[in-house]
Design a protein around this ligand. Sequence first.
Ligand SMILES: [Zn+2]
Ligand SMILES: [Zn+2]
Ligand SMILES: [Zn+2]
Length: 250
Amino acid sequence: MANTDASASGQRGTRLVTVGCGKSFCYQRATTVVTWTPPGSQQDKAVCGEHTDYYRELTAAHSPQTVQIAEGTHTFIADGQGTQVGICRHCGHYIYLYFRVAGRVGNWWRGSEWDETGRCGDAEQRTGGWRVWHEPATTVEERDAALAATVCGRTERHALRDCQDTRAALAAAAEPVSEAQKLIADETAARARYERACEAAARAGGEVTAAAKALDKAASARREYAERAAAEAAAAVPIGAAGAASDQAT
Ligand SMILES: [Zn+2]
Ligand SMILES: [Zn+2]
Ligand SMILES: [Zn+2]
């Protein structure tokens, strides 16, 4: 799949990030993803309007399907399923638009296959809780600005989950850190590793048992701590009651 990151639109120096047509010697911007299913696999191609018909005819025997390319798609996951990849203009991380939802109305860009919400946590932190969706940068300038201002501090392109371990470690190292915070960070890191294991297993087959066990362990440690803390708080004499009692005594 062609990655024409720096393809110029020629309009007042604005450079668009959207991928170019994947047909050799065609320099038009891609508008459509064509996917088809030859026996035993699946393939995809990003093409311009003109070459959409060409590939549709070429693959006519293999049930071709098409979907529009979203503005800001700069490449595709190499899984042959037409998953579009952009860089979020709010948080600077990779975001994904899956083929099966790409044609639907609404915002369907996500942080990962396991992200059910499509919400941009980093941006929501900055806005103090206003709901923000992951949205792709469509120009080189927009993309570079987002990459230069990531919350995680990394300026090279990477997926959100590639920095979740680092974030958890940073949170754990920051002083002062409570036992509860540490347990939450452990659970977050375990969850990230589990999700990556699921993703790898879904792609290539394999075991997620070890990661699942580690996640269970971290989650129950965090839960037990929370229950213990709640029980201790309930057992402690309420400050208000003690104050009222000593007031009566004097
Ligand atoms: Zn073309
Ligand atoms: Zn984002
Ligand atoms: Zn990051």
